[in-house]
Design a binder for this molecule. Sequence first.
Ligand code: ATP
Length: 330
Amino acid sequence: MIEVEHLSKTYGSTPAITDVTFRVEPGEILGFLGPNGAGKTTTMRILAGYLPATSGTAKISGFDVHDNSLAVRQRIGYLPETPPLYPEMTVEGFLHFVARIKGVSAGDRTAKVKAAIARCNLQDKQRVIIRKLSKGYRQRVGIAQAIVHDPPAIILDEPTVGLDPRQIIEVRNLIKSLAGTHTIILSTHILPEVSMTCSRVAIINRGKVVATNTPESLMTQLTGGSGYELEIEGEANLAKQVLQNVAGVSLVESISGHHLIHATDGRAYLRVIAQPGTEPGREIAATLIRAGFGLQEMRRVSATLEDVFLQLTTEEKHFEPEAANEGEAA
Ligand SMILES: Nc1ncnc2c1ncn2[C@@H]1O[C@H](COP(=O)(O)OP(=O)(O)OP(=O)(O)O)[C@@H](O)[C@H]1O
């Protein structure tokens, strides 16, 4: 539905994005996640037909954004970082205006504007001048203008920036409600936004896509699954040997810091990484007790998307593209 292949953009001699490839399936929300300056806005603007790429292709519903820009604009809704609103117009008047320039026929306009107003919960504000709206409501008008012509694809660039926590929840719920009937790309640098809203995530760093997968799969790929942190009475190396033989355990390591600080108090602090899809907690506890160790504390830890993001965007090494795309629909 949205297909991006080997897209690159260079501003003068500065590469902004390099060889970006990903696709978004119909009805899916893809989170496009990256730190400041990673190339998110550049990619979104190319997809929306506002910026020509230096090389590569991008297609929306099969139409090339460069060669068929008119067809693409009719099939795409775009919310830039700063919504393009006319402050002196009423919400309703503005949406009628946008519907007209997006090519909605005069006969369909009233119904489409009404539907966009209802979808974005703007019924109470439809006759209010945009200038008088709060930032949260303005953002909803921004989303309403993106969907008023009922496009199959929607591109949202940092849609919750500058909103208060309540408005953020409202806008995220609105975006989620658009999935299924629309194909959505949500560009953001906010990690929880991706976990809460998106079914899949593409992580972009320094202009390159470094991983694409579901948030859960990314976490599992990077860490080998969830794990446990243990505080035990006994000798660390002995405990490690014992635990290494428990079914489902892939790795046992000392927790650095703890190990050094408490080396003399007879306690060991260990992290056990479980093999993906296994839950060896019960057997870990039973094995330790059977072997005569005292189990002071045991808690489950799982990698967060934040761990994944930090690892991919701060280390030089990252997934090979094949591994990064594993599990992705062809
Ligand atoms: N018009 C421009 N001229 C020159 N360089 C640009 C231009 N626009 C963006 N860049 C550079 O391209 C790179 C990618 O910028 P882009 O705005 O796409 O990133 P971003 O991920 O959207 O960042 P942010 O989250 O800060 O908006 C950056 O290094 C930026 O400085």
